[in-house]
Design a binder for this molecule. Structure first.
Ligand SMILES: Nc1ncnc2c1ncn2[C@@H]1O[C@H](COP(=O)(O)OP(=O)(O)OP(=O)(O)O)[C@@H](O)[C@H]1O
Length: 270
């Protein structure tokens, strides 16, 4: 579905952001793209969506070169940006004007999702708060039924109940042939949602693994002291330490924040 090979990219007059980036993603997963501020998550998502162009290397998405922005590509890919602009119009008019770009657009799903987010279908977009607009766009993106959904910081601006609804709607709306790529630095928001994690650091993908593999190979727990020789990584926490240990073969809940901190501090887990 996404195949990136020897990607080289820099913004105009800036030093190289990506020197030799490589990864593949297949359909049927919700992949979390994590990285610190400025790591290049948005730039990478825009390269995949064909909104930025590589300096060198190959990007293939759904059999297309995104930079060509062919209609057959654009109707299969939805990019929800972190910062967005919505026109001064009603929800109904927006849907009428934009749903036609997506052949599989599901109007019933759109209605259902707006109901769950408690956004009346009769609203005007220009009279809604930032969080309400974001929920509208999340609903629209899922209703497109695009093969590739790219969501850049989708939970930014959402209140806590809305984050829960977002997770439920996303998990419920997806088909096996879809791929969702979510960029975030709010790791807790995507815990229990993503089934694959990619970490971008210093221009490289430093981790690209299925959550199941991580939970099989490692154990995330707390300990009162650091006497165990097996500890791979630790951080202090109230009353002791959060630790990563080798797994005992039985899956344990992945502490995403601890994992992210370990990886970005250069701990090699794989
Ligand atoms: N249009 C631009 N022109 C020049 N430099 C840019 C542009 N957009 C981003 N950059 C630079 O590219 C680098 C990566 O930015 P990007 O927005 O891709 O990171 P990010 O991981 O999404 O960050 P954040 O988590 O803060 O949103 C940063 O150093 C940023 O300053």
């Amino acid at each position: 579905m996404i195949n990136i090979h020897s990607l080289e990219f820099s913004h105009l007059k800036r030093e190289k952001l990506f020197q030799n980036l490589n990864f593949r993603l297949e359909p049927g997963s919700i992949t979390g793209l994590l990285g610190k501020n400025g790591a290049g998550k948005t730039s990478l998502l825009k390269l995949v969506a064909g909104m930025l162009f590589p300096r060198n290397g190959e990007i293939e998405v759904l059999g297309h070169k995104p930079k060509k922005r062919q209609p057959g590509f654009l109707e299969m890919v939805y990019y929800l940006p972190e910062e967005f602009f919505l026109p001064n119009t009603s929800i109904k008019n927006y849907i009428k004007a934009n749903s036609g770009f997506y052949p599989s657009f599901d109007h019933e799903l759109m209605k259902h999702q707006l109901q769950k987010f408690e956004i009346p279908m009769g609203n005007r977009l220009d009279k809604m708060s930032y969080g309400q607009k974001k929920k509208f766009l999340i609903s629209f993106s899922l209703a497109t039924k695009c093969k590739l959904l790219i969501l850049d910081e989708p939970t930014n601006g959402l209140d806590i109940p809305s984050k829960t609804i977002f997770r439920k709607l996303l998990a419920g709306a997806l088909a096996d042939d879809q791929l969702v790529l979510i960029s975030t630095h709010q790791i807790k928001d995507v815990e229990n949602l993503i089934d694959r994690i990619m970490v971008l650091s210093n221009g490289e993908i430093v981790l690209d693994q299925e959550i199941l593999d991580i939970s099989d190979k490692f154990r995330f727990t707390t300990m009162p002291d650091l006497t165990s020789k097996d500890i791979i990584y630790h951080e202090t926490s109230p009353g002791g330490y959060r630790v990563i240990l080798p797994g005992a073969g039985n899956s344990s809940q992945v502490d995403m924040e601890l994992l992210f901190n370990a990886i970005t501090k250069g701990i090699k887990l794989f």
